[in-house]
Design a protein around this ligand. Structure first.
Ligand code: GAR
Length: 200
């Protein structure tokens, strides 16, 4: 059984959606560890309640690579095969990326490369786009930038607020993150440049 490591910083709803699909047998893997850089992350508490290994490694005041070495050591200890960033609000160091080549995924609440960074749903709403969505991509050392695995689009409606748009996007996030995990776990894809091409 492949082992997932989940990294989060907050609410953890994407983590919960993944955990539900793992529990239901829709993702052929187990969650080996959930790591948060913030002690107060709700996702950490949810992981504990679910009986998962929940570990806090506080990042405050730490230099990037020194911090990443602690996280990588924990992931290695748990023999993690695939790292899933689920609202983990930190850039990873080149060291971390090298340790898990094509084995780190991230979810972002916009149709990348539009609106990277913080508050993507608000950025999209304010910009006035008519369609937004979410993206699961491989992680590289740049912000919200690696090869795209799955995207989903949602309409932006006239009476949307950033909050109603975010809720519509979040529903799709919960669906496509598990889909992307299954594609990567299956190994049935290859890269052509930065294009992720599915093998069947
Ligand atoms: C999600 O909307 C995720 O796409 C976003 O943070 C939220 C975390 O929610 N991630 C980013 O913006 C990464 N750049 P969650 O903790 O409930 O999964």
């Amino acid at each position: 059984m492949k082992k997932l490591g989940i990294l989060l910083s907050g609410r953890g709803s994407n983590f919960e959606a993944i955990a539900d699909n793992v529990a239901a047998g829709r993702i052929p893997a187990e969650i080996a560890v959930v790591i948060s850089n913030r002690p107060s992350a709700r996702g950490l508490e949810v992981a504990r309640q679910r009986g998962l290994n929940a570990v806090c490694i506080p990042s405050k005041g730490m230099e990037r690579e020194a911090y990443d070495r602690l996280v990588v050591a924990e992931l290695r200890k748990r023999e993690v095969d695939l790292v899933c960033l689920a609202g983990f609000m930190r850039l990873l160091s080149p060291y971390f990326i090298r340790e898990f080549p094509l084995k780190i995924l991230n979810i972002h609440p916009s149709l990348l490369p539009a609106f990277p960074g913080l508050d993507a749903q608000h950025q999209a709403w304010e910009h006035g786009v008519k369609i937004s969505g979410c993206t699961v991509h491989f992680v590289d050392e740049h912000l919200d930038a690696g090869p795209i695995i799955v995207q989903a689009a949602v309409p932006v409606l006239n009476d949307d607020t950033p909050e109603t748009l975010a809720a519509r996007i979040l529903k799709e996030e919960h669906r496509i993150y598990s889909e992307a995990i299954n594609i990567v776990l299956s190994g049935k894809f290859h890269l052509e440049g930065r294009r992720v091409v599915f093998d069947d």
